[in-house]
Every structure is written in structure tokens, then in C-alpha cells.
Design a protein around this ligand. Sequence first.
Ligand SMILES: O=P(O)(O)OC[C@H](O)CO
Length: 788
Amino acid sequence: MSEFVIRTRGWFEEPKRENALAHGIGTQNMLDMTPHAGRKPYNSIFDWGVYFPYIAQATRSKQFCYPQVSNLVQNDPLLQRAIKQAAEQMLKEKQTNSANSNEDLNRNSESKDSYLEDSMADYQQFLNKQERRAISILKDMRSTLNNFLLALTSWILYKLLPCFLSGVVTHTQQIEMLKAASEKAPGIPLIFLPLHRSHLDYIMVTFILYNNDIKSPLVAAGNNLQIPVFGELLRGLGAFFIKRKIDPVVGKKDILYRAVLHLYLQHALKMGHNVEFFIEGGRTRTGKPCLPKGGILSVIVNAFMDGTIPDALIVPVSVNYEKLVDGNFVREQKGEKKVPESFGKAISGIWKALNSKYGLMRIDFNEPYSIKELVQSYNKIAKEDGSMRIYKPSARTLQHNQSTSSLYGTDVVCEEHRNLIDSISRQVVFDCAVATSVMSTNALAFLLLTRYRQGATDIEIAKGLDELRTTLKGRKDIGFSGESSHIVNYAADLLGENLVVRSKDENGCTIIRPKGTVESWIELAYYSNTITPHFALQSIVLTTFHKLLPTSDEVNEKQEPGVSRKKVIEMALENCEVYRYEYILNKPTQVLANMLELALDELIMQGFIKTVQSDNQTDAPMETMRMARAIASYIENNDLDQDEDPNDFDNLEPTDEPDIFLVPETINQQKAVCEVLAPFAQTYYIVVNSLFILYKNSILESEFIKFVMKELHEKVNKQLCPYAESISTDSVRNCLKVLEKWFVIEITNQSGLRLLALRTPYEASRDSLKSIVQRMSNVVPLYDNGYF
Ligand SMILES: O=P(O)(O)OC[C@H](O)CO
């Protein structure tokens, strides 16, 4: 495609961009490209597109047909059925209420007749009401995606984006792959699933697709974005609005709303619309991917299962910004409430954005999966498993099973497909996280948090960045290129004085260090968290290794501190349980224990752990070769088979005897790896220590979270907790989910309020609670074992 791309601008239209960083290799900056403006070198001077490239680009981009589906939904018999069900539900409620107030007791036969008549009249009235409601829901929900607004917005964006972004970077081959996929099977919808970082995501994905002649999708948007002017604009660009809370009354399903949403999506797919939705629900508050919500994916899978569509191609999308354009989430992480979206907030946000610099934005479109093939492959696994959970296309149904208040956790997960949906959605989030490009600011924040918390010279940090780039090479896309020292300074500029400060030391060298305020640590953690998933398993393994290592006092001088590999893997597996709501550590098709083995092998390869004692160094090259082979084989087939074990070829029997040993020379680098998860571990540890207030006392979940947040703040202020970024409501909530899963606490819903209490065994004895504290302490790195 590159030969057709013209890098030309109208002479008066060139927007100025300063201090841009070279983006990754194989990528293109959409802001520099107007492929429809004319073709070099044959462009004619009579082609107005050469002089007005943005207008040419906007108007000459491929136009598609975007049919409205509201009428189809309105006339669908399943909607009529849902309307009746909703009316019946209302009638039942009315009858229950009047029975409760004893109104209908002692009715004689005459009044019984009139009661029946009243009921019929009520039912008719409720039916009319629900019919009107269905129309109104549909009107609120529907998208008005149209070519005119797409073209107009594209032109405006070409003019505005360069004011605050130095580039909108995409991967040339990925765009080609998408085009090929959509052209090859025009009847198969593309389902774009981006990880959600900013409200700008909606617009940018559409902007890129539109300007690359790929059909724009209908985008599921939260109704919090239905604000004056912008809401209608988004609607015209493809947004269809969904309530943030599907069921307004806790415990009562909004049958009608669910039916409209389900049918809207089904008809949209049937009419050939591409669809986009954010599988995490809202935007990530922490910078790392959130666990997926399956509702909308479930509708799409169901549409395939019931034959509405022959297949669909799921396209995981990774979005990243060198600097987040709309806001930050520090307030929310500190426990404060989210400020709701409003017209005023949108205007001031745009004004602020236009007057600031946000560097590069990067979008990666990952290889599409066919739902049909996914279902087949999960069925194959199910057969091999013997679980016989076979998913087969079947007749058209509409079920209402799952009750949740979450935006995307809508009903529509059909119970029998729950595992399938869960597996697909976890795989999508995992793949997106792996494919997210590392931006300069991610790299700098990661280095500052894990290696240079006290600061360092820009030269030292640049050395650290070189090492990081080497480690990530071939594993993760790097969204920048060039000299590390330049990148470090560029990223420090972009993060700004509120996050990093620069000073000179006595030799005139530039020192870069985190600003040191609670807010700055939390925001740095946001940027760093793009990288932490990559190191999570290594961090768990190395922390576990140090946990199991005898302390320096326990080993004599001749002994080398070592531990059994088998024990490390066993305990690391348990420690992974702690992070089950924090990270997706493996794909559903990967065996976690195998992934831990690989992580351990990588640590050995990097010289952080050794497999032979120093007096037997001659074996070391062999061991290194073994590791190299194991890792090479892993990289080749990233999706390990259930039975595949990277260590198979040497048939080593696991033993309880120490067979992996400490490498004291790399202790600082080891600490950096442990530091990756240490702030999360601290949060979790503080949460479990706070459980004692629940002893013989149940309290509201929100009150408990407030209490923990206060504890966190206090511990950080008194330096009892070394990481201010441990102040994170997200992690506190994730820890509560773990404790619920472990049956330590139970959360009950009482008239819409979530009440937290200890489960009986923990209520009965404080010692059992102490065992949980002990279990959680296993993930907290041990820096006082005499080696650090
Ligand atoms: O991140 P939230 O919770 O504000 O949700 C943002 C979503 O874009 C709503 O569609």
C-alpha cells in the first residue's frame, strides 16, 4: 500500500508539530497521510485534491451503506414477546402489592368479576406503556451512523489532532490485514474490541478505519456520554447508547431493556454492520487491562450460534497514548467519586487538550479470530478434556440469566455459553495486553518505579532503558525508536513537572526523579502499568524464590543459598491465585504451571537465578543452552498445548532438594523485578490486615473500602508502606473479590446495599484470619533476608 500513500499537504494546511519522537519501525502516522489527495508522481496539477488534501481525503474515502435497524427491532416478534412479559411483570407486582395491603381479601363473586375486569384493563394499560417504553428505549439507543458526519469529522480531526498529538500511529501491515479480511468476506462482520483508555478511543478507531476505507463500526457507548451536542455527534459517528446500569432496581431484571439491546445488536449484525465495544466495560483506571465483561460478546456469539450470522471476525485492538488526553484517574484511585461527564466538562477538556501536548497515539489492530473457528477449537479442547461442554449452533432464543449492574455484563450471557464467552473474552484481553505497544512514557515510568525510585542521572536511566528495550525486543512492540538518552528526556518532558522533576547534581549531570507526591506516584503507576503485565509472572516467581530461600543467617559460608524449583513453582501457583482479579496471567489455552516454568527459565537466562552452584560452573553453558532451547520453543509456539512441557526433552524429575540458587551479583536487577508487583502486594496485605475490624461486626462494603483507604494513606504517610501507588481503590476491590472467592468474606445485598461480613470459620477464630494474613504475606517481597 505504501506506494499509493501520498505524503503531501496543502501548502497552507500544514499544522506544526514540535518535539515529535520517531515512532516504531513498520508504522505510519495517519496525520501525515492523505491517500485520497492524489497519487504521486502522477498527480495532476488539475486535481484539486492536491491543494485541498484534507477535503479530498474526507470526501473521497470509501462510502458504505449504514442501514438503520430500529424498525426491524420494533417489528421483531421477540420484542413483542418481551413487551408482554414486561407488562405481565408489572401486573404481578401490582397484584402482589395490593395483596400485601389486604385490599382484595374477602372479595365476593361480583367483586371478583370486577377484579378480573380491572386486571384486564391494567394489563392493557401496562402493555401500552411497555410498547411506548420500547420505542423510547430504541430511540435513545439507536445509532445514526452516516457518511456525511464521518467525512466532516474526519476533516475536522485532520485539522485539530495535530494541535495536540504529534502523531496517530498505526502499523502498516495491520491495516492491510484488516482491509484484506473485510474484502475477503464482506458478509462477515468485524467486531473491534479495543482496550479502553480514553473517550478519544471511540473517535480514533473510527477515524483510522474511515481513512483506510474500512467500514466504520457501530460502537457501544455508555449513556454517560449522552451529553448535549457531543452525544448526537457520537451517535452520528456510530455510537449506540447503553445504560450504565441495566437493571435500575437491584434484583429485578429489566426484561424489556435487555431485549431491545439484544435485538438491536442482532439486527445490526444481520444487516452487515461492523460492531465495536469495550470489553472491559469502562476505561482502565490503573493503566493495566481490566478483567473482561462478557455481555455484548455473548450476544455476538449467540448471533453466530443461532445462525443469524455465518461467522464474525473478532479484532482485538490495543490503544495507547504517550500522554493520556482526557484526564487522569488519580482522584478515583484515592477513593474519591468520579466527576460525571457533562457538556461543560467536555468543552473545558477539549480546550485544555488543544493547548497541551500529548505526544504520540498508537493503535494496534491484532490478528482477527473467527468466532466459528474459536468455537470449534474450544469444542476440541472440551472433547479432549472429557468435559463434553460442546457448543453447537441452535435455534434462535432470547434468554435472561445473568444479573449484574455492569454496563457490559448485560443479561444476555446465555448460561450454557458462559465458559465459552469467558474464555474468548479473557483471550481477547490477554492478546490486547500483549500487543499494546510500549510508549516512551510507559518505559520511563516503569524504570522510575521499579529501579530508580530515588531518581538517577538521565545517563543512568538511559542505560536502564537500553536494557529494558533489549529485554522487550521481539516480545513487545516498542512505540518509539532512537537514542535512549533522547527518549528519556522527551518522556520526562511529556510526563511533565507534576510527575517527574529534573535537577542538576554537583557534576552538572541532569538528575531525573519522581516528584514524590502521592498523586504523582499513582499517575506514574498508571503509565508503568502498560508494562507490568509483561513482567508479572517473573515477578511472582522471583518473589516466591526469595520467600523460600533460607535467609543469609541460616546458610553457612560454604553453602550457596538455594531452594527446590518444584517448591517455587508450587508456591508461585498459589501466589498467582492472589492476583487472579488483578492480571490475566495466561490464556485459557495455556497451562499456568507451564508459564511459571518458562518465567523461571527466563530468570535463569537473565542471570537472576542459577541452576548450578559456583564450584560446578562447567555445567553452566549446558544449562544456558537448555534454557535457550526451551525459550526458543516457547516463542515459536506461544500457545502451549495442555500437555506440552518445555522441560520435556531432558526429563528432569522434580525434587524437593535445592536445585536453583541465588545469584548475588544481580541482586539489584532482581529487586527491580520483585518491585513490579510489590505495590499490589502491599495493598492486598493491608486489606487482609484490616479484616479484623469485621470480627463480630458486619459493615457496608463502601465503609470498609473507606477504612482501608484511610489505612493505606496513613501507612504511606508514616512510611510504613513504601509505595504510594499502593493507594488504589481498584486493587482494594480486587482483593475483596479474592477474599470472597476464598470464602473468607461474604458480601450480601440488602435493599441495594452491599454488606460485608466474615464467613463463619473466620468469625469463629482469629487464628484462621491470621492464616489468611500469612497467606497474603507470601506475595510481599522479602527484602530483609540478608541478600538485598
Ligand atoms: O470509564 P467510564 O466508566 O467513564 O466509562 C467510559 C465509557 O466510555 C462509557 O462508554
